[in-house]
Design a protein around this ligand. Structure first.
Ligand code: PAP
Length: 347
């Protein structure tokens, strides 16, 4: 397995991209960024509406470059998530699942998840492209029963996938979450990053909530993000597996077996008897990952912030500590009553 990116070369890129006068020519000119709808950003000063979705400048640069250069392979596994829906957890689960022969969970001492944050084990496509100015990123491969597989993640909506993703037989695993919990998680995360890497103050929760409900969150509107993958999973179930955070919480073993079957690597009888499913789930549980030294004290290789910001509470229903009844009703109505009506997507 190739090693993750070098922390010494990677940490400065987001800060550069936060300064409009430091943007590379291709970002300033290629899409005439000044003509795009613009709103105040969450972590970067501004976000831009590109083809219907709100992106920070570094996402946009990653999108432009990946559209030009990314070539999907049939064996690729692509993890797709809106922010704060459980990406870290899913990355750990998929990594442990696919590499279970290479890194058996019965021999934990040498498992890569003990020494590398899941976010760094599985690189994010648009962040990699935003960082690599001159050469295409070299995505690490893992051994899936003799086949070398690239596991890549992305926060981008289906509509902004590079063309080759649709043309190849690569598989997409999508994970989303009850948006009441997501907005709370997103708000906490944003405020931590604003302080840690942006030197900015906190956004008050009511302000963040209103922005979120208007769809002006990173990679939002969240409803279009979710519906794009939801519809594709119904039309093309062998291409897209649609998962919900709450369902993995409720029946983790059932959902892990679903992922294994979807990726054509189901658990054998022998593995079932040896408790491999439980081993993977224990290794990737919130408590287990949060208590690993690398996740307690390490730094994210892409952005340079503390790894522990990826592990806050890991609970279903924490929104009750932040949302008023009126806010909860508003968000439920946007989702259930308006946007998801007639689509079959429920929370
Ligand atoms: P990202 O968008 O920056 O990639 P992501 O991993 O999607 O972040 O979301 C983080 C959320 O997943 C946090 O939720 P919270 O704020 O409500 O607590 C985090 O705690 C939760 N999380 C991280 N790891 C796990 C895990 N192993 N099991 C369950 N939840 C987890």
């Amino acid at each position: 397995m190739a090693s993750p990116s070098d922390p010494n070369t990677s940490n400065s890129f987001p800060q550069n991209l936060f300064q409009e006068n430091c943007w590379p020519e291709e970002l300033r000119e290629a899409i005439i960024i000044s003509s795009l709808p613009r709103e105040e950003g969450w972590i970067s000063p501004h976000i831009y509406n590109y083809k219907g979705f709100w992106l920070a400048p570094h996402h946009l640069l990653g999108v432009l470059r990946s559209h030009q250069h990314f070539q999907a392979q049939n064996s690729d596994v692509i993890i797709c998530t809106p922010p704060k829906c459980g990406t870290t957890w899913l990355k750990a689960l998929i990594f442990a699942l696919i590499t279970r022969k290479q890194f058996p969970v019965s021999q934990l001492e040498t498992h890569p998840l003990l020494t590398t944050n899941p976010q760094d084990l599985i690189p994010n496509l648009e962040f990699c492209y935003a960082r690599e100015e001159n050469s295409p990123p070299d995505f690490p491969t893992v051994n899936n029963n003799g086949v070398m597989v690239r596991i890549i993640s992305r926060h981008l909506p289906l509509e902004l996938l590079p063309k080759s993703v649709g043309e190849s037989k690569c598989k997409l695993i999508y994970l989303c979450r009850d948006q009441k919990d997501t907005v709370v998680s997103f708000w906490h995360f944003t405020n931590k990053l604003r302080g840690e890497i942006g030197g900015m103050g906190e956004i008050p929760f009511p302000e963040a909530f209103d922005k979120y409900c208007r769809g002006e969150s990173l990679y939002g509107p969240f409803w279009d993000h979710m519906l794009g993958y939801w519809k594709e999973s119904l039309e093309n179930p062998r291409k897209v597996l649609f998962l919900k955070y709450e369902e993995i919480k409720e029946e983790p073993d059932v959902q892990l077996r679903r992922m294994a079957a979807f990726l054509n690597c189901p658990f054998s009888e022998e593995e079932e008897e040896c408790g491999v499913v439980g081993g993977i789930l224990r290794l990737c549980s919130f408590e287990s990952l949060r208590n690993m030294e690398i996740n307690k004290t390490g730094k994210d290789l892409t952005f340079g912030h503390s790894n522990h910001v990826y592990f806050r509470k890991g609970k279903v229903g924490d929104w009750r500590n932040h949302l008023t009844d009126e806010m909860a009703t508003k968000l439920d109505q946007i989702i259930v009553e308006e946007k998801f009506k007639g689509t079959g997507l429920k929370f």
